[in-house]
Design a protein around this ligand. Structure first.
Ligand code: ADP
Length: 262
């Protein structure tokens, strides 16, 4: 089942979304979901109409990151309404459709493909300027089948951390996009240095610049770096989008700069 859903409903729904942006990472734990959430909220803060879709089967973390763990999409005759947030963001996650927070998702490939296809077809986004899609990590079958459902995406934002073990995976993500003819919008280097709260000097915890070097080498744009900020962890744990609640921090400015060219 590797063909894009050609049915009219899907096509019509997708036509009402001006920009579709995939957020990818070569591996888990680099902050992909955190970046997806904060880019989406940064766009919403600019007055854009934004949807955020979480198709990460391994751990749909968007409901937790946005404090929406008890939310369920409303089901109407034509489909499902995404969960609307105060910031204007519309959210849909596989996590809303699983019964329990700690449900291990052990569906086989074709079932996953079917579920994502249905999710993409049945969600009533309405008119959107941007749909930000949080992908499963890596470059295996799962991200591949999701990407094939979205052949007209604008492109991908690839998230990495600065150290070599992570940037090597960036080149895999870039190759993945090239094989699928998805433009790479650029690389984001997350967890790029930590400002010491005592002396305000930059501590290069995981080095710095690795993402930028790799972007240069792979000839894709570099979108910017997000520093490590303990408030990001706290915001995630509290289910409050960081860029909304900490607008005057360096990390929030970094997120706002990154969405400018998108
Ligand atoms: P992934 O989606 O790549 O698996 P997450 O977005 O779930 O990663 O992030 C993993 C953890 O790292 C979370 O606890 C998150 O709060 C934290 N985190 C992500 N980016 C930053 C950052 N720039 N500063 C501090 N903590 C971060």
């Amino acid at each position: 089942p590797q063909n894009p859903p050609a049915d009219e409903k899907f096509k019509k729904s997708m036509e009402r979304i001006a920009h579709k942006i995939l957020v990818l990472s070569g591996k888990g734990g680099v902050g992909k979901s955190t970046v997806a959430v904060n880019l989406a909220v940064a766009l919403a803060l600019e007055g854009k109409r934004v949807g955020l879709l979480d198709v990460d089967f391994h751990g749909p973390s968007i409901p937790k990151l946005l404090g929406l763990e008890d939310s369920k999409p409303e089901v109407v005759e034509e489909g499902m309404l995404p969960v609307a947030m105060a910031s204007g963001l519309k959210v849909m996650s596989l996590g809303f459709l699983l019964n329990r927070k700690d449900d291990a998702v052990i569906w086989r490939g074709p079932m996953k493909y079917g579920a994502i296809k249905q999710l993409l077809t049945d969600v009533l986004w309405g008119d959107l300027d941007y749909l930000v899609i949080d992908f499963p990590p890596g470059t295996g079958d799962e991200p591949l089948s999701v990407a094939q459902l979205l052949p007209d995406a604008d492109g991908a934002v690839v998230v990495t951390t600065p150290q070599d073990v992570s940037t090597i995976d960036v080149s895999k993500s870039v190759t993945f996009c090239r094989n699928l003819k998805i433009p790479v919008l650029g690389v984001v280097e997350n967890m790029s240095g930590l400002i010491c709260p005592h002396c305000s000097k930059l501590i290069e915890l995981f080095k710095q610049g690795g993402g930028e070097e790799m972007a240069k080498r792979m000839e894709v744009p570099f979108l910017g770096r997000i520093p490590i900020d303990p408030q990001i962890v706290q915001s995630s744990d509290d289910g409050q989008p960081f860029v909304f609640f900490h607008q005057d921090t360096e990390a929030a400015s970094a997120f706002r700069r990154i969405v400018q060219p998108l």
